[in-house]
Design a protein around this ligand. Structure first.
Ligand code: NHR
Ligand code: GAR
Length: 227
């Protein structure tokens, strides 16, 4: 007797939990990309550390479960991170996505989700780690700026970079005009990376990114990948 049951079971689609702190425009790009089928996965929940984050409304509009875990309610960072882990675990996600999430995560959190935790950062890492990247890009007189998606490890904004997108810095740029130009690319970049992850093509091994079972020796460039 031949057993066909394995073939008949279609694998469950990858599940994501998205962490936000603010407007959630990157979240919206991910919602749209899952709705269209570009990302073969589903967003199970959106969690914010800020009770008034606009992104919570975007999630509700899309019928996605939301939760607020206010960091202010916790005396220690580790306590906040434990509460976050507990909330996330209810969804058993394949991937945890930081999308404009503004709290530094402690080793207990990063270790728990190592290899399935990604962040989008508004600079061409390793340049301009930390905050206020657009101001600093202008102050340093950079002619090229952009955004990066990386696996999160213990080193703040220091995890291995998966993919980047570049934008020119223009003569009359202000931090606001530059941020807006970068954000347009973020909304293309993040779905592209999350799609690869959900397709099972991305892995973190020994602090290195692997794509299709091959080590990446430099970040992918959004402009050069076939989507
Ligand atoms: N956590 C770890 N461990 N590693 C990373 O690479 C992380 C992270 C948490 C968030 C996003 C990051 C960014 O892309 C991110 C990457 C917040 C801060 C920060 O200083 C820095 C970097 C990032 C996010 N946060 C202040 C804090 O005390 C709070 C600032 C605020 O609330 O406005 O946590 O840029
Ligand atoms: C984005 O530019 C993102 O790269 C940046 O905050 C913005 C969030 O926008 N992230 C960080 O600076 C992380 N520290 P969004 O809430 O509209 O997605």
């Amino acid at each position: 007797m031949i057993d066909f049951s394995q073939q008949l079971q279609t694998p469950a689609p990858p599940t994501m939990v998205v962490l936000i702190s603010g407007s959630g425009s990157n979240l919206q790009a991910l919602i749209d990309a899952t709705a269209s089928g570009f990302i073969p996965g589903r967003i199970a929940a959106v969690i914010s550390n800020q009770p008034d984050a606009l992104g919570l409304q975007r999630a509700q509009q899309a019928g996605i479960a939301t939760q607020v875990i206010a960091h202010r309610a916790y005396a220690r960072r580790e306590d906040f991170d434990q509460a976050l882990i507990q909330a996330i675990e209810a969804y058993q996600p394949t991937l945890v996505v930081l999308a404009g999430f503004m709290r530094i995560l402690t080793p207990v959190f990063v270790t728990h989700y190592l290899g399935r935790l990604v962040n989008i950062h508004p600079s061409l890492l390793p340049a301009l780690r930390g905050l206020h990247t657009h101001e600093r890009a202008l102050a340093e007189g950079l002619s090229v700026h952009g955004c990066s998606v990386h696996f999160v490890n213990q080193e703040l904004d220091g995890g291995p970079v998966i993919m980047q997108a570049r934008v020119p810095v223009l003569p009359d740029d202000t931090p606001q005009t530059l941020a807006a130009r970068v954000l347009i690319q973020e909304h293309r970049l993040y779905p592209a990376v999350v799609r690869l992850f959900c397709q099972g093509r991305l892995q973190l091994k020994a602090n290195t990114v692997w794509l299709d079972q091959q080590r990446l020796d430099q970040p992918l460039d959004l402009a050069c990948v076939a989507l």
